[in-house]
Every structure is written in C-alpha cells, then in structure tokens.
Design a protein around this ligand. Sequence first.
Ligand SMILES: [Zn+2]
Length: 488
Amino acid sequence: MSEVEAEVEQSHLVLSPHPLQRVGAFALVALAAREDFSQFRPQDLPKAMDQVLADSVRASVRESKAADGFWQKVSLSFFPNAPMNHPGRRKGKGPSGEPKTDKDVQDAVRSWLRIPDSGSWPNAGCALCGRAAVGFYGKRDMALAESEAYRNTTPRGHDGTALCWPCLCSFYALPYGCQLTGGSSIALHSWDDGFLASSVRRRVNRNLQFSLAGTAPKPGGRVKEVVALRALRSYGERLTDGVELLVFNNNNRGQLLEKHRLDQPLAEWLRKTCRFGDLRVAFTALVRAHASSSTQGVVSLARNAFRNPERIVGQGVGFMAGSLLGPEPDHAELVDVAKLICSFADEVLLMNEKDRSEIQATAKKLAAVLYPETSRGRLREFRAQLRNSRQLRSWLLSRDVVFLGREDAPFEGPLVSEHVMVLLFDPSQDNPSWFHRDLLLAGVVEELARLGWTAKDESEKPDDEVEKLREDDRKWINSDDDDEENER
Ligand SMILES: [Zn+2]
C-alpha cells in the first residue's frame, strides 16, 4: 500500500465488533451531522474531531468541581491520564521553561488528539478492525476494553492495544454517545445499527449542550435501566436485536464495567408497549402496578425488565386482581391489561398458542362460576389459592365435583382439562407453572371485567384498592422523549 493510500485508509470509519467503539463511531457520525453511517465521508472524520478537540481544549483549563467544569469532570471517567484531565497537567514548566500557562495545557491537548505522524506508525494491524494501526494505546485513550478484571493498564514490556486512527477517534468521541453522570457513564449498545444510530444521535445532541456550557444536567435521568427504556420509547422501528447496557468507569480510583442485557423479544415488546398508541392505558396501568411509596413505577418496571422480566407479569396480574376487588374497578382498563399480559406470553415467552387458549378457556369457566358471587370473598379465596399449588388443585377439583352432571352447570365439560392441570401444576423445569397460574388469574379477572362484575359487599373494607398513578410517573409517561429529569 502506498503512503497516500495508507493515509486515505486512516479517514475511513468502520464498525468493529467492540461495543464501545461502535457507540463512539455512531457518535462521530452524529457529530459530523450525518443522518446515517453510510453517509459518513472521509472528510467528516476531521470535522467531527474538530468538535471533540474544541470541547476538550475548553474543558482542559476548567476545574471539575467548578460550575462550568462538567465536561472536565466527565472526562475523568474516560481519560483520567490524558492531558485534558491529568491532575498534573498544569504543574511543572512549559516549553519556554516558565510555569505552564493555559495555552501550554491546551497545546498538549491539541497534540494528544492529533493523528500521529505516519513515520511513527508501527507495523501492526488495528486490534479492532485489522487495518494499519497508528500506534499502541492503553488507559490514557481507551475506556475499559472487556471487563473490570482487565485493568486496562498496559503491562510492562507491552506496547498496548494497536489501533487505527478512526477506531481511536471512536473512543475519543465515546463520551458524546453516553448517558453522562459525572461518575460512571452509561452506554446503550445494540447490534441493531438503526437503533444504535438513533439512540446515540439523541444522546449526542443532548451532550453537546453540556459540553458547550460545561454545566451538568439536572439530577435525575441516572437510573441506568430507565436509560434503556427511554431510548426504546423513542425508537419508531422494529428492533432486530437485543439491547445491552454498559455501565463503566475508567477512573483511576475505581474502574468499573457492568453489563446488563435485554434479549430482542423482550426489548421489542417493551418498545412497543411504552410507545403507547393502543397500549397507552395498559402501559400506564403497568407503571402503576410497579410503583411503591419509595420507588417510581417506571424505575421499578425498567429494573424488572433487566433483572427479572417474569415479575412484570406478576405485578400486572396483582394489579388486575386488586383493581377488580376495589370499589370502582375500571373494567375497560382491566381488559387492556389482560391483553398486554397475553402479548407478553406470546411475544416474550413464545408460549404455545394452544396452551394459552386452553388456560383462557378454563379461566372463562371459572369466571362463570365466580360471577354470581356478590361478595369479594370467593375471588379473594381463589387468588390466595394460586400461591399454593396443592390447595389450588384441590379447590379446582372440588368445583368440578360440584357441577359435575348438573344441568345448571355454568360451563360444559370438565372445569379443568388434564392438559391444563399439567400446565398449572407440573413442576418440571420446562413448564413455567407459576406463570400459567398467573395467566389463569388474569383470564378470570378479564372475563369478570367483561361481564361487568363489581363486588356488592360495600360494608366490607375493600383493602385491595390499587395505588393511584404517581405524579412523577404521570410526568414520565406524558413527557417529551428527551425529558429525563423525572426519574429517581
Ligand atoms: Zn481500527
């Protein structure tokens, strides 16, 4: 390859298999004001880097604790040993032999963020994309590479990671693509390039405001799981891959890398659900179901999605039962929530359709049994049995016996088929019996709601009343996509 060809190659941005490089590469695309990665031209790389350089030069002479020092503080979690951040950057003497001036500090930043002279390039391939590297890099220039166990310091006798200029620039642009807190940073990554491009562009636009003024975003918006939920809500296309949250800090005082993942079916289900449309009522109810006096519903819902997705259904079903047993159940809302729970079964758990419809048929029969009851007692009793499979099994069998062969039976055939018995009670690993029992309760409540059932025992205290929607959840649900100050 000729020298000219080699230099041309150093202006072509590529996407490597490294998630943080990919986030940084899309940040460069947004900084160059390109809509799409495919539109990024070689001349865009210096244009994007001019922005990085201008912000770094400005931040390098500010103090991280000052009111305008946010970008300086942010750089601490990315490049703590670089000339823009190192605590010793203003100590010692400048080239003239005099004590360092602001200009000396800023010149050092300029030479840090410049492509090395081609004469100094090593004869090595970039560790991320395989093209010619322009040098070896370690902690000063790259955020944590693989895991916290990898300390990201270059061992003695080792030159560091070989990187080409565009891959290196991606790391320099990484802060713009992250949710910045001043401490650990949060990068949202996906192998779905369309989603990644869109979520990074939104972050870049927001972070440019903070880099210019140097002021910090208002507190709030720091719940990492909600960062993902908000990005999903803002994306109008179908997701083709899962979503990863990378929480990291390159700070010398405590390096960190945590990874959290949403698989594609769940990420796509959440995206559709929280984008409202027909699901607005059900999503709002689901948020209410997750709220407590100490925790916002949106926060709890997002945490469940990452840590324990099945609990989303449990919370939703609990809400449904509580609402129906309350003084003024909203029947239409209950039907909507039931639909949402069914969509979770179909789309996230990929439940067999025949199994689901058999459970729903059983739920309808049970609802027909419970409908004539005017008090809350029977439904409460049924709900309580769900937690104890032995009791529930004998309760169901006893209902079957009551109506067996009776002409006035409110349903035909047996109440619970043998197959549904297996679905509800088989403890084997591949049968989520707890979930099937939740579905059964959801189906019973849905059917009673369709029939317009309301408890008549007004003298009895309806202790099942569900909480109203929290004000901060209402704001989150109604806010603009970029509003992230309503999360705590
Ligand atoms: Zn490379």
